[in-house]
Design a protein around this ligand. Structure first.
Ligand code: P6P
Length: 337
């Protein structure tokens, strides 16, 4: 009797999926797949560290503050180093930039054509209370012809529409990688038993509407008038009312919005008049995913992906979610501008 070879139905790893995506685009090379496999490698390592944070001495604050004057968590630094190492060996990454690095870093000895900008562990202040955190990344191609150029600024400060790929890894009840290369949004769940990200959902589409709003209402009194009026409407019987859902970790709040619909808002506040979230490694990647999934992302006056960046760590207001929710919000902003 021949042995039956049992394989799980549709056991497609992220590496296979990326290669399939590449094969659909003859102009692309395996180089891009090789780069993305560096990110998935880092994701597996960070996931293992996050899952054992309570056991390993890696919880809590490190001794430094980052460029924003924010207390760094030990896992922030560990995650940043992990991504730097996993990308550094790829040979095709010329520049990296990170929330945890004051300036972009040119990877020595490579003429790598790719730029990778990332938030190594977003929401890290939540780690000590076991709330989901995440890694967010954006990938560009270097603009400068001279791959050995020393001034990386022109290669890093590109508008979001020029992203080649973007994604996040959310370390929650399971570890989920979500990415796009401009051909749909695809989700993979890390199977710890084999250490592989396995395809969970292909061509994810955000619901066109959703009765959820996600915002830190503690800042309500300093929100722009139009935002206050929109949120008041959400709470009316006419609206439903909507349900409020806010985790305080961008990746987790967006992951829910991507799957369930609704709207995530981080408006300007008295404390952060330009908004709190960073354009290059938080808003841009999230906006790319949202648009690829049929949603929208704006700063209140223009699409996030059309914003011309002035500096690596600049902040922006962010409103992202279902198409109908963003269009409704815009009506309140036009009225109150
Ligand atoms: P607040 C986490 O610190 C973070 O950068 C995002 O992940 C999250 O969406 C936001 O800040 C939460 O900010 O002011 O509501 O605590």
């Amino acid at each position: 009797m021949s042995a039956e070879i049992v394989t799980e139905k549709n056991f497609v790893t992220v590496e296979e999926h990326i290669l399939n995506q590449q094969s659909n685009h003859p102009t692309s090379t395996g180089s891009f797949s090789w780069l993305l496999s560096g990110i998935t490698m880092a994701g597996r390592i960070i996931s293992a560290k996050v899952r054992r944070a309570g056991i390993l001495e890696i919880l809590g604050e490190a001794s430094d503050v980052n460029v924003h004057g924010e207390q760094q968590q030990k896992l922030d630094i560990l995650s940043n180093k992990t991504i730097e190492q996993c990308l550094g060996y790829r040979g095709n990454v010329g520049i990296i930039a990170s929330e945890e690095l004051d300036e972009p870093k040119v990877i020595a000895g490579t003429s790598g054509k790719y730029v990778v900008i990332f938030d190594p562990l977003d929401g890290s202040s939540n780690i000590d209370v076991n709330v989901s955190v995440g890694t967010i990344f954006a990938i560009f191609e270097r603009e400068s012809g001279n791959f050995n150029g020393n001034d990386p600024a022109s290669d890093v400060l590109q508008i979001g529409r020029r992203q080649l790929a973007a994604g996040y890894i959310v370390y929650g009840s399971s570890t989920v990688l979500t990415y796009t290369t401009g051909h749909g949004v695809h989700m993979f769940t890390l199977d710890p038993s084999v250490g592989a990200f396995v395809l969970a959902q292909e061509n994810v589409m955000m619901p066109k509407s959703g009765k959820y709003f996600s915002v830190n209402e503690g800042n309500f009194n300093s929100f722009p008038k139009g935002i206050q009026e929109y949120l008041k409407w959400c709470k009316t019987e006419e609206a439903g009312p909507y349900s409020a859902r806010y985790i305080g970790s961008l990746v987790a709040d967006f992951h829910r919005t991507l799957l369930r619909g609704g709207i995530f808002l981080y408006p300007p506040t008295a404390k952060t008049p330009q908004g709190k979230l960073r354009l290059m490694y938080e808003a841009n990647p999230i906006a790319f995913l949202a648009e690829q999934a049929g949603g929208l992302a704006t700063d209140g006056s223009q699409n996030i992906l059309d914003k011309a960046p002035c500096s690596l760590h600049e902040r922006t207001p962010l409103f992202v979610g279902s198409e109908s929710e963003i269009k409704r919000l815009r009506g309140y902003l036009d009225e109150w501008d």
